[in-house]
Design a binder for this molecule. Sequence first.
Ligand code: MLT
Length: 249
Amino acid sequence: MLNTTDVGTGVPILWIHGFPLSSRTFEAQQTIPGARHVMPDLPGFGRSEPPAGTVSIEEYARLVIGELDRRDIDQAVFAGLSMGGYVALAATKLAPERVKGLILIDTRETADDDKARAGRYETIEKVRGNGVDVVADSMLPKMLTAAAPAEMRERVRDIMTSSSVEGVTSALRAMAERADATAVLAGVTVPLLVIAGEHDAITPPADAERMAAAVAGAKLVIVPAAAHLSNVEKPEEVNAAIEEFVRGV
Ligand code: MLT
Protein backbone atom coordinates (compact mmCIF):
# COMPACT_ATOMS: atom_id res chain seq x y z
CA MET A 1 0.00 0.00 0.00
CA LEU A 2 1.30 3.43 -0.93
CA ASN A 3 0.92 6.76 0.82
CA THR A 4 -1.54 8.54 -1.46
CA THR A 5 -3.04 12.01 -1.51
CA ASP A 6 -6.62 12.01 -2.80
CA VAL A 7 -8.26 15.41 -3.29
CA GLY A 8 -10.95 16.99 -5.45
CA THR A 9 -13.97 15.64 -7.30
CA GLY A 10 -14.50 14.86 -10.95
CA VAL A 11 -12.57 12.87 -13.54
CA PRO A 12 -9.96 10.80 -11.65
CA ILE A 13 -6.37 11.67 -12.52
CA LEU A 14 -3.68 9.30 -11.28
CA TRP A 15 -0.52 11.36 -10.91
CA ILE A 16 2.75 9.41 -11.01
CA HIS A 17 5.83 11.31 -9.90
CA GLY A 18 9.35 11.37 -11.30
CA PHE A 19 12.75 10.46 -9.89
CA PRO A 20 13.98 11.04 -7.17
CA LEU A 21 10.87 12.94 -6.20
CA SER A 22 7.47 12.41 -4.60
CA SER A 23 3.82 13.35 -4.99
CA ARG A 24 4.74 16.74 -3.49
CA THR A 25 5.95 17.77 -6.96
CA PHE A 26 2.27 17.82 -7.99
CA GLU A 27 1.12 20.14 -5.18
CA ALA A 28 0.34 22.92 -7.69
CA GLN A 29 -1.79 20.53 -9.77
CA GLN A 30 -4.18 19.72 -6.89
CA THR A 31 -6.20 22.83 -7.70
CA ILE A 32 -7.03 21.80 -11.28
CA PRO A 33 -10.86 21.86 -11.22
CA GLY A 34 -13.20 19.11 -12.42
CA ALA A 35 -10.84 16.33 -11.36
CA ARG A 36 -10.17 13.97 -8.48
CA HIS A 37 -6.42 13.94 -7.93
CA VAL A 38 -4.98 10.62 -6.79
CA MET A 39 -1.28 11.16 -6.07
CA PRO A 40 0.66 8.20 -4.70
CA ASP A 41 4.24 8.21 -3.45
CA LEU A 42 6.17 5.33 -5.05
CA PRO A 43 7.94 2.94 -2.63
CA GLY A 44 10.73 4.64 -0.70
CA PHE A 45 9.72 8.12 -1.88
CA GLY A 46 7.70 10.73 0.00
CA ARG A 47 5.85 9.01 2.81
CA SER A 48 5.64 5.52 1.28
CA GLU A 49 7.58 2.68 2.90
CA PRO A 50 10.76 1.57 1.12
CA PRO A 51 10.29 -1.42 -1.19
CA ALA A 52 10.65 -4.88 0.36
CA GLY A 53 12.67 -6.28 -2.54
CA THR A 54 13.60 -5.49 -6.11
CA VAL A 55 11.06 -3.38 -7.97
CA SER A 56 10.47 -2.81 -11.64
CA ILE A 57 8.58 -0.20 -13.63
CA GLU A 58 5.84 -2.85 -14.15
CA GLU A 59 5.65 -3.38 -10.39
CA TYR A 60 5.25 0.38 -9.87
CA ALA A 61 2.44 0.24 -12.43
CA ARG A 62 0.73 -2.56 -10.50
CA LEU A 63 1.09 -0.62 -7.26
CA VAL A 64 -0.42 2.61 -8.60
CA ILE A 65 -3.28 0.69 -10.23
CA GLY A 66 -3.75 -0.86 -6.77
CA GLU A 67 -4.41 2.64 -5.44
CA LEU A 68 -7.27 2.96 -7.96
CA ASP A 69 -8.58 -0.46 -6.86
CA ARG A 70 -8.56 0.61 -3.21
CA ARG A 71 -10.80 3.52 -4.19
CA ASP A 72 -13.09 1.56 -6.54
CA ILE A 73 -11.97 3.74 -9.44
CA ASP A 74 -12.34 1.77 -12.68
CA GLN A 75 -10.73 4.25 -15.01
CA ALA A 76 -8.48 7.26 -14.63
CA VAL A 77 -6.43 9.66 -16.68
CA PHE A 78 -2.84 8.52 -16.06
CA ALA A 79 -0.49 11.50 -15.74
CA GLY A 80 3.18 10.58 -15.46
CA LEU A 81 6.15 12.88 -15.13
CA SER A 82 9.47 11.52 -16.38
CA MET A 83 9.90 8.19 -14.50
CA GLY A 84 6.17 8.47 -13.83
CA GLY A 85 5.68 8.53 -17.60
CA TYR A 86 7.56 5.23 -17.87
CA VAL A 87 5.14 3.88 -15.25
CA ALA A 88 2.09 5.31 -17.04
CA LEU A 89 3.12 3.58 -20.27
CA ALA A 90 3.78 0.32 -18.40
CA ALA A 91 0.28 0.61 -16.90
CA THR A 92 -1.14 1.20 -20.37
CA LYS A 93 0.43 -2.07 -21.49
CA LEU A 94 -0.62 -3.96 -18.36
CA ALA A 95 -4.19 -2.72 -18.01
CA PRO A 96 -5.31 -0.56 -20.97
CA GLU A 97 -8.91 -0.84 -19.79
CA ARG A 98 -8.06 1.30 -16.75
CA VAL A 99 -6.68 4.19 -18.82
CA LYS A 100 -9.16 6.89 -19.80
CA GLY A 101 -6.51 9.23 -21.13
CA LEU A 102 -2.77 9.75 -20.92
CA ILE A 103 -0.74 12.80 -19.94
CA LEU A 104 2.99 12.38 -20.51
CA ILE A 105 5.04 15.16 -18.93
CA ASP A 106 8.79 15.62 -19.51
CA THR A 107 9.28 11.95 -20.30
CA ARG A 108 10.06 9.57 -23.13
CA GLU A 109 8.88 6.20 -24.43
CA THR A 110 12.30 4.75 -25.29
CA ALA A 111 14.45 2.58 -23.00
CA ASP A 112 17.95 3.41 -21.73
CA ASP A 113 20.87 2.83 -24.09
CA ASP A 114 23.93 0.97 -22.76
CA LYS A 115 25.68 4.16 -21.64
CA ALA A 116 22.67 5.46 -19.71
CA ARG A 117 22.12 2.03 -18.13
CA ALA A 118 25.75 1.80 -17.01
CA GLY A 119 25.50 5.32 -15.58
CA ARG A 120 22.50 4.29 -13.47
CA TYR A 121 24.43 1.38 -11.93
CA GLU A 122 27.35 3.70 -11.16
CA THR A 123 24.92 6.07 -9.47
CA ILE A 124 23.50 3.21 -7.40
CA GLU A 125 26.98 2.58 -5.98
CA LYS A 126 27.51 6.29 -5.28
CA VAL A 127 24.15 6.56 -3.49
CA ARG A 128 24.92 3.45 -1.42
CA GLY A 129 28.25 5.03 -0.42
CA ASN A 130 27.29 8.67 0.02
CA GLY A 131 23.51 8.89 0.29
CA VAL A 132 20.82 10.54 -1.83
CA ASP A 133 22.51 13.96 -1.81
CA VAL A 134 24.66 12.67 -4.69
CA VAL A 135 21.58 12.45 -6.91
CA ALA A 136 20.03 15.66 -5.60
CA ASP A 137 23.24 17.60 -6.32
CA SER A 138 23.59 16.28 -9.85
CA MET A 139 19.92 16.59 -10.82
CA LEU A 140 18.84 19.85 -9.19
CA PRO A 141 20.45 22.10 -11.84
CA LYS A 142 18.46 20.28 -14.54
CA MET A 143 15.10 20.32 -12.75
CA LEU A 144 14.44 24.07 -12.99
CA THR A 145 15.78 26.88 -15.15
CA ALA A 146 18.31 29.34 -13.72
CA ALA A 147 15.47 31.87 -13.49
CA ALA A 148 13.47 29.79 -10.97
CA PRO A 149 13.08 31.42 -7.54
CA ALA A 150 15.43 30.24 -4.78
CA GLU A 151 12.58 28.95 -2.60
CA MET A 152 11.27 26.79 -5.45
CA ARG A 153 14.76 25.32 -5.89
CA GLU A 154 14.99 24.67 -2.14
CA ARG A 155 11.61 22.94 -2.12
CA VAL A 156 12.62 20.64 -4.99
CA ARG A 157 15.91 19.86 -3.24
CA ASP A 158 14.02 19.08 -0.04
CA ILE A 159 11.69 16.71 -1.92
CA MET A 160 14.71 14.92 -3.43
CA THR A 161 16.67 14.62 -0.21
CA SER A 162 13.59 13.28 1.61
CA SER A 163 13.78 10.15 -0.57
CA SER A 164 15.25 7.01 0.98
CA VAL A 165 18.42 5.28 -0.23
CA GLU A 166 16.38 2.11 -0.87
CA GLY A 167 13.76 4.01 -2.85
CA VAL A 168 16.36 5.79 -4.97
CA THR A 169 18.56 2.76 -5.67
CA SER A 170 15.64 0.50 -6.53
CA ALA A 171 14.17 3.15 -8.86
CA LEU A 172 17.53 3.54 -10.62
CA ARG A 173 17.59 -0.20 -11.23
CA ALA A 174 13.96 -0.21 -12.36
CA MET A 175 14.63 2.59 -14.85
CA ALA A 176 17.82 0.93 -16.13
CA GLU A 177 15.97 -2.31 -16.83
CA ARG A 178 12.75 -0.83 -18.19
CA ALA A 179 11.36 -2.03 -21.49
CA ASP A 180 11.09 0.16 -24.55
CA ALA A 181 7.50 1.41 -24.78
CA THR A 182 7.52 2.60 -28.40
CA ALA A 183 5.02 -0.07 -29.45
CA VAL A 184 2.82 0.60 -26.41
CA LEU A 185 2.69 4.29 -27.30
CA ALA A 186 1.94 3.54 -30.95
CA GLY A 187 -1.03 1.43 -29.81
CA VAL A 188 -2.57 4.20 -27.68
CA THR A 189 -6.17 4.92 -28.72
CA VAL A 190 -7.22 7.10 -25.76
CA PRO A 191 -6.69 10.89 -25.76
CA LEU A 192 -3.03 11.82 -25.26
CA LEU A 193 -1.54 15.08 -24.02
CA VAL A 194 2.24 15.50 -24.17
CA ILE A 195 3.88 18.31 -22.19
CA ALA A 196 7.54 19.31 -22.05
CA GLY A 197 9.56 22.21 -20.75
CA GLU A 198 11.24 24.19 -23.50
CA HIS A 199 14.59 23.86 -21.69
CA ASP A 200 14.24 20.28 -20.43
CA ALA A 201 17.73 18.78 -20.82
CA ILE A 202 16.81 15.36 -19.33
CA THR A 203 13.95 14.58 -21.69
CA PRO A 204 14.22 17.33 -24.32
CA PRO A 205 11.26 18.69 -26.34
CA ALA A 206 12.37 16.49 -29.27
CA ASP A 207 11.25 13.47 -27.21
CA ALA A 208 7.88 15.09 -26.64
CA GLU A 209 7.50 15.92 -30.33
CA ARG A 210 8.29 12.32 -31.29
CA MET A 211 5.79 10.93 -28.76
CA ALA A 212 3.02 13.27 -29.87
CA ALA A 213 3.68 12.41 -33.52
CA ALA A 214 3.25 8.70 -32.76
CA VAL A 215 -0.41 9.00 -31.76
CA ALA A 216 -3.14 10.39 -34.02
CA GLY A 217 -4.89 13.38 -32.45
CA ALA A 218 -2.33 13.82 -29.65
CA LYS A 219 -1.93 17.31 -28.27
CA LEU A 220 1.57 18.71 -27.69
CA VAL A 221 2.35 21.59 -25.34
CA ILE A 222 5.90 22.93 -25.08
CA VAL A 223 6.09 25.11 -21.97
CA PRO A 224 8.18 28.26 -22.48
CA ALA A 225 10.85 29.16 -19.89
CA ALA A 226 10.61 25.81 -18.08
CA ALA A 227 13.05 22.93 -17.60
CA HIS A 228 12.42 19.29 -16.50
CA LEU A 229 9.84 20.06 -13.80
CA SER A 230 7.69 22.17 -16.10
CA ASN A 231 4.63 21.62 -13.87
CA VAL A 232 6.49 23.03 -10.85
CA GLU A 233 8.08 25.96 -12.65
CA LYS A 234 5.10 26.99 -14.79
CA PRO A 235 1.99 25.60 -13.09
CA GLU A 236 -0.42 28.10 -14.70
CA GLU A 237 0.43 27.01 -18.26
CA VAL A 238 0.56 23.30 -17.40
CA ASN A 239 -2.64 23.38 -15.34
CA ALA A 240 -4.52 25.23 -18.09
CA ALA A 241 -3.49 22.62 -20.67
CA ILE A 242 -4.49 19.77 -18.34
CA GLU A 243 -7.82 21.35 -17.36
CA GLU A 244 -8.75 21.70 -21.02
CA PHE A 245 -7.60 18.15 -21.79
CA VAL A 246 -9.54 16.63 -18.92
CA ARG A 247 -12.71 18.43 -19.98
CA GLY A 248 -12.40 16.63 -23.31
CA VAL A 249 -11.90 13.05 -22.11
C1 MLT B 1 12.94 11.61 -13.71
O1 MLT B 1 12.83 12.83 -13.61
O2 MLT B 1 12.02 10.85 -13.35
C2 MLT B 1 14.22 11.03 -14.20
O3 MLT B 1 15.10 12.03 -14.54
C3 MLT B 1 14.00 10.13 -15.35
C4 MLT B 1 15.25 9.46 -15.81
O4 MLT B 1 16.30 9.58 -15.17
O5 MLT B 1 15.17 8.76 -16.84
